[in-house]
Design a protein around this ligand. Structure first.
Ligand code: CDP
Ligand code: MG
Length: 702
């Protein structure tokens, strides 16, 4: 049962700063009243492997959801759709698929569990494979973009919502699945929303076929799982499906808001983490940040400061968690900290409801997250660091009270909390709909405006996305999918990248294009430690191309390969070796994809080995074929104005073209922080524009 959770606290109390030597001693004040100091401590277990399996069974039976096991099985067996609501950590994602498996519901097909995040899909599959007691990839597997560990025999399969949408292209009725569990429904990601409509229709189609006497077809069960209570909407949408509430276990969490607003929340999080470490009892810290870059910079800062901790204070070990990370590193966050030390987990909102990390007693909530948004005024999609909703703030707080009473340090004032929106707006209302439209059309839904959306996207948003797809030549004048569009829907990358790949086959530079797309799949391959910025910049000069970031990345990859990824070389050149390994992995996957599906006999054969040699200009032209909307022209006053929307954009300081004046530029990403920054920038000639996207520039009369 939920314990008491106070949303506010009153009397201000000082939390004194720790021994922070390299930086001026600073302290952050939080509102506080008498704080519970007597926190129970749970010793980490040190049992052997065999014992672990047994222990997991015990753990499974101790989860709040266990007492509802039989009821859940009964309800799913008796109903076509069930909505299950349960507090984060109660056991929904790891247990329910196993219950259904144990009750025979996988007899006629796999149980699929969709996740909005890749890291969560991998992690949960691993955990459940452990609990089931078979190696990962057999009975229990996962499938995410560029990484499939499932097999034909997998009975439980964790997958991203994006992968399920892609599977729909080859299995329109998802016949390989007997149960589809749409998890994290409360997040209302664009893809999960599209899946709601798809599986609803598939369930009906399968039922119709069964009624017509098709014996080879089995009914489809749908389970919707959510961590927040507002589940009526899901229930209404799924024919008033029954809602089951699983009560969780929650200890009281004390909330401490800052007295003053914090200008730099990363710095504030750093100071607060050390305050906690030096003043509070045992228990790990979880910090919510907005992205990989921030996570890595805080990780470094913590390491730097931790050196100066007095010997009487145990170590503080930063443990980052994000997508582009190898699984061994990721696993570390679940392992108990060595005795006398404390872990500080640095995460994005993946740790909000998707993944439950044990032993967290302290949460530091920056109050922000990165959200993909569509700026309707200028018609450009961008990544924005934005305030979270109240409901997210409550979820974050809850993470501190899973095993014992905890503390939640909010790096914002109580007033700021009051001003937050109650809930986040569903992505479908604010995002670019292009890949969703491609998926819908590719599965035979021609009139996307009449699709059974749970929340209808705005008409103008739909229209704009349709126009962009037309300009990308994925749709024809009638709005029907072209052959190019069909091919783009099958690619494991977003539509503009898919277009670039297709174009590369024509221009015979697929090798280079695949390499650059892989390089763009990580935040940055360059390290930029604040203390050694000059040195890092100098090192990067060696790879810099006058044409900008795309070719600079390519040069760097070539240099990296010429030394066979030597670690010392990476260190000397400030290259993020971890990211580089990820880049190579993505490249391998993309090459395999082309070899498997774009063979010489297909409509669009793509030879991933085809290289343009030294004529790299052609590579940029290829990118322009997908990113013609992300272009800007130099103005007489030396600023850049975007061609779409006429927005003044600034080249991000991390770009090789920062401070440079070129006639026209193309960029990979627009990020709004203090200005509209563009990242991944390359120079072009304006004469290339109409050639790269005749439909787009023809329409606009450019
Ligand atoms: O889905 P829900 O939030 O309801 O819970 P879950 O993800 O099924 O997690 C249930 C329990 O398993 C939690 O107590 C987690 O701490 C634990 N778990 C774990 O220890 N290690 C993992 N890799 C995943 C889950
Ligand atoms: Mg879950």
């Amino acid at each position: 049962m939920a314990g008491t959770q106070s949303e506010s606290a009153t009397a201000p109390a000082k939390v004194t700063a720790g021994t922070l030597s390299k930086k001026e001693k600073r302290q952050i004040q939080f509102h506080d009243e008498a704080r519970p100091k007597k926190l129970a401590h749970k010793e980490p277990t040190t049992e052997g492997l065999v014992q672990k399996a047994k222990e997991l069974k015990k753990h499974r039976q101790s989860l709040p959801i266990f007492s509802a096991r039989d009821v859940i099985i009964k309800e799913v067996k008796e109903n076509a759709c069930v909505v299950i609501v349960g507090e984060t950590g109660s056991g929904k994602t790891t247990q329910i698929p196993q219950y259904l498996l144990e009750s025979g519901l996988a007899a006629h097909g796999t149980i699929a569990v969709t996740q909005p995040r890749r890291v969560a899909a991998i992690n949960l599959a691993k955990r459940v494979a452990d609990e089931v007691g078979t190696p990962l990839g057999q009975k229990v597997g996962y499938s995410i973009r560029f990484d499939d560990s499932s097999s034909k025999d997998s009975l439980i399969k964790y997958m991203t919502d994006g992968i399920m949408l892609r599977e729909l292209l080859s299995d329109r009725l998802l016949l390989r699945y007997s149960v589809i569990i749409l998890d994290e429904a409360h997040e209302r990601t664009l893809r999960t929303d599209i899946l709601f409509g798809m599986v609803k229709s598939i369930q009906k189609q399968r039922q119709d076929l069964i009624e017509k006497g098709r014996r080879d077809i089995q009914p489809l069960k749908i389970v919707i799982m959510s961590a927040t209570l507002d589940a009526e909407k899901f229930s209404e949408y799924f024919y008033n499906a029954k809602i089951m509430y699983i009560s969780g276990r929650q200890f009281p969490v004390k909330i401490l808001n800052t007295v003053e607003p914090q200008a730099d929340y990363v710095d504030a999080a750093l100071v607060t983490a050390f305050q906690i470490h030096q003043e509070e009892q045992q228990g790990d810290i979880l910090i919510f940040l907005t992205g990989q870059e921030e996570i890595e910079s805080l990780e470094k800062l913590i390491e730097e400061y931790a050196v100066d901790l007095p010997p009487s204070v145990g170590k503080l070990i930063p443990c980052p968690i994000f997508a582009a990370q190898d699984s061994a590193t990721q696993q570390r966050i679940f392992e108990p900290a060595p005795l006398g030390t404390r872990k500080v987990i640095l995460a994005t909102n993946i740790a909000e409801t998707s993944i439950t990390i044990p032993n967290i007693r302290y949460v530091i909530d920056t109050g922000c997250h990165k959200s993909r948004g569509y700026n309707a005024k200028i018609g450009i999609e961008s990544l924005l660091v934005e305030p979270i909703s109240k409901s997210s703030a409550r979820q974050r707080m809850g993470r501190a009270g899973r095993e014992a009473p905890g503390l939640c340090f909010r790096l914002y004032t109580e007033d700021s909390f009051d001003q937050l929106e109650e809930d986040a707006i569903p992505e479908i209302k604010r995002c670019n709909l292009e890949s969703a439209i491609l998926s819908l059309k590719a599965t035979g839904i021609d009139d996307v405006t009449r699709f059974d959306f749970m929340d209808r996207p705005s008409k103008s948003g739909l229209l704009r996305s349709l126009e962009h797809l037309y300009a990308l030549e994925a749709l024809d004048d009638q709005g029907n999918l072209t052959d190019i569009g069909k091919q783009m829907a099958a690619f494991p990358v977003d539509p503009p990248y898919a277009k670039v790949l297709l174009q590369s086959a024509k221009m015979e530079c697929t090798k280079e294009v695949i390499e650059i797309i892989s390089l763009l799949s990580v935040d940055s391959i360059f390290l930029a430690p604040s203390a050694k910025r000059e040195e890092a910049n100098e090192a990067r000069q060696k790879f810099t191309s006058i044409d900008g970031d795309h070719l600079t990345l390519l040069n760097t990859l070539r240099a990296y390969e010429s030394v066979k990824g030597d670690r010392d070389w990476c260190r000397e050149n400030f290259i993020n070796a971890r990211h580089m390994r990820h880049v190579l992995d993505v490249r391998k996957q993309l090459i395999q994809f082309c070899e498997r599906t774009c063979t010489p006999s297909s409509t669009f054969p793509i030879d991933p080995k085809k290289s343009c040699g030294h004529d790299l200009e052609i590579v940029l032209k290829c990118f322009l074929a997908g990113f013609f909307q992300n272009t800007a022209l130099l103005q007489p006053d030396s600023t850049y104005k975007s061609i779409l929307g006429g927005l003044t954009v600034s080249i991000h300081p991390s770009s090789t073209l920062f401070g440079k004046k070129r006639e026209a530029i193309m960029y990979n990403e627009l990020v709004f922080t203090t200005k509209h920054y563009i990242r991944g920038v390359s120079a072009l000639e304006s004469a290339w524009l109409p050639l790269a996207a005749p439909k787009y520039f023809g329409q606009r009369g450019a």
